[in-house]
Design a protein around this ligand. Structure first.
Ligand code: ATP
Ligand code: MG
Length: 423
């Protein structure tokens, strides 16, 4: 059949193993974050455009060329959110949840939209899970969110990831750093890409975020931000390093790290796998104020789900799955009872109610990556047993029908060792 409708370029459907991976990561992350006192919030995917322009920065790649912006039926300028923090801050200010000396810890999950050139790990609709802390600026908070990210990557068994940290200092530090960068690049302006030539005038630090390899090579010779930190900012990052050391979090200092959004100040960080950022974030002490709220420092990170799923080594969900099939002579009541018993043991059981041939039923379980199959037919009814089949090895064994403990244990076991019989 001709496929008449297709999804938009760079906008994917998430299904099968990738969707199972999303589920697994969301559940690991929410359990972990809630243990640290973070609460989930659900935010709109659509906001007024000026919210993003104001927070992320007019001159960032995101706002200047990657936003899905349009007018609604009343001519209002609106955009699909390219990231989660701006909306979170807007929401907390709107609900008066940032006033006084309170601490707020939140996390969110959902789709983000950026009009980028689609490639592996870079899509136009992608999913982020993010967390943020709104509280007085203590390096313990920065360390906490970094530690949570580190734990999450370990829980997802991500191998060979690295953590880079930098400090963007305060406005004064950045101003003297910008001057030094401009000075150093004098005479090299012609060699820079058109975007960087513009950035140099409007938003100097943005040059460091350029993806152009020729520009990047030139920037290698620039001094690091660390030489320009005032005592307070220097002490802050030093304290953060001490806390991370004491908590056993491994990192290295990456003095070229600036992040793609303008609202950051102080510590910023990126967890990378194969040179691609999986979790990235930092501190944004001025953002709440900038968006009309009180003076409320904050820090947070965002995690790219597609990139994390690709890097994770998650336990196959099939381990906890079983299919229950009824063959000739099996009674539906028996099937339903046994299926419920197994569900009560935490096993996902899919029942096939339709009467189709055993071969066909096995094909269905194959498609759904189900390894363990419980078969109930006339013979099993007579003996008050069930037949358990391992689809990978083809091995089968007979188990007493109402010995739920033993049946569940065998389903959850890696392999079942038993005599091989034909079905
Ligand atoms: P990059 O440097 O890779 O473009 P970024 O600095 O734009 O990343 P952030 O805005 O900090 O990324 O978003 C946080 C995380 O979201 C990134 O570390 C990445 O894992 C993921 N991410 C960002 N853009 C995309 C995209 N277009 N497709 C898939 N994941 C993305
Ligand atoms: Mg980007």
């Amino acid at each position: 059949m001709a496929k008449k409708y297709k999804s938009l370029r760079g906008i994917r459907d998430i299904s099968g193993a990738e969707a199972a991976g999303f589920n697994e990561i969301i559940s690991k992350a929410s359990e972990l974050l809630e243990k640290y006192g973070y609460e989930r919030i659900f935010l709109p995917v659509i906001e007024y455009t000026n919210l993003f322009a104001r927070s992320i920065g007019e001159d960032t790649d995101i706002v200047s060329k990657e936003m899905y912006s349009f007018k609604d039926k009343k001519g209002r300028d609106i955009s699909l959110r390219p990231e989660g923090t701006a909306g979170a801050v807007r929401s907390l200010i709107q609900a008066d949840q940032l006033s006084g000396k309170i601490r707020r810890k939140i996390y969110y999950f959902g789709p983000m939209f950026r009009y980028e050139r689609p490639q592996k790990g870079r899509y136009r609709q992608f999913y982020q899970l993010g967390c943020e802390v709104y509280s007085f600026p203590s390096p313990y908070h920065d360390a906490e969110i970094i530690e949570i990210a580190d734990k999450l990557l370990k829980l997802c068994r991500v191998k060979d990831y690295s953590l880079g940290i930098n400090s963007l200092g305060c406005a004064e530090d950045r101003s003297s750093y910008k001057k030094a960068v401009k000075k150093k690049l004098e005479g090299k302006v012609e060699k820079l890409c058109p975007d960087c030539r513009r950035r140099l005038k409007t938003n100097t630090l943005r040059v460091l975020d350029c993806k152009n390899s020729r520009c990047r090579e030139i920037y290698q010779e620039l001094p690091g931000m660390d030489d320009f930190l005032c005592d307070d900012c220097g002490d802050y990052i030093e304290k953060l390093r001490q806390i991370l050391d004491s908590r056993g979090v491994k990192y290295s200092i990456d003095s070229g790290l600036v992040r793609g959004l303008d609202y950051y100040n102080g510590p910023v960080f990126e967890f990378k796998v194969n040179d691609s950022a999986v979790i990235a974030g930092g501190r944004y002490n001025k953002l709440v104020r900038e968006l009309g709220g009180p003076d409320m420092p904050a820090c947070g990170w965002g995690l790219g789900m597609e990139r994390l799923v690709a890097a994770a080594n998650l336990e196959p969900a099939s381990q906890k799955k079983a299919a229950l099939i009824k063959v000739e002579g099996g009674r539906i009541e028996t099937c339903r009872r046994i299926a419920d018993n197994l569900r009560n043991k935490g096993i996902s059981v899919s029942e096939g109610y339709e009467d189709i041939s055993t071969g066909k039923k096995f094909k269905i379980t194959d498609k759904n990556r189900i390894v363990k199959v419980v078969i109930i037919g006339g013979e099993e009814e007579k003996n008050k047993t069930v037949t358990l089949r391992d689809m990978e090895t083809g091995k089968q064994e007979s188990v007493p029908a109402d010995d739920v403990e033993s049946l569940a244990r065998k389903i959850l076991a890696k392999k079942i060792l038993a005599r091989k019989t034909d079905v």
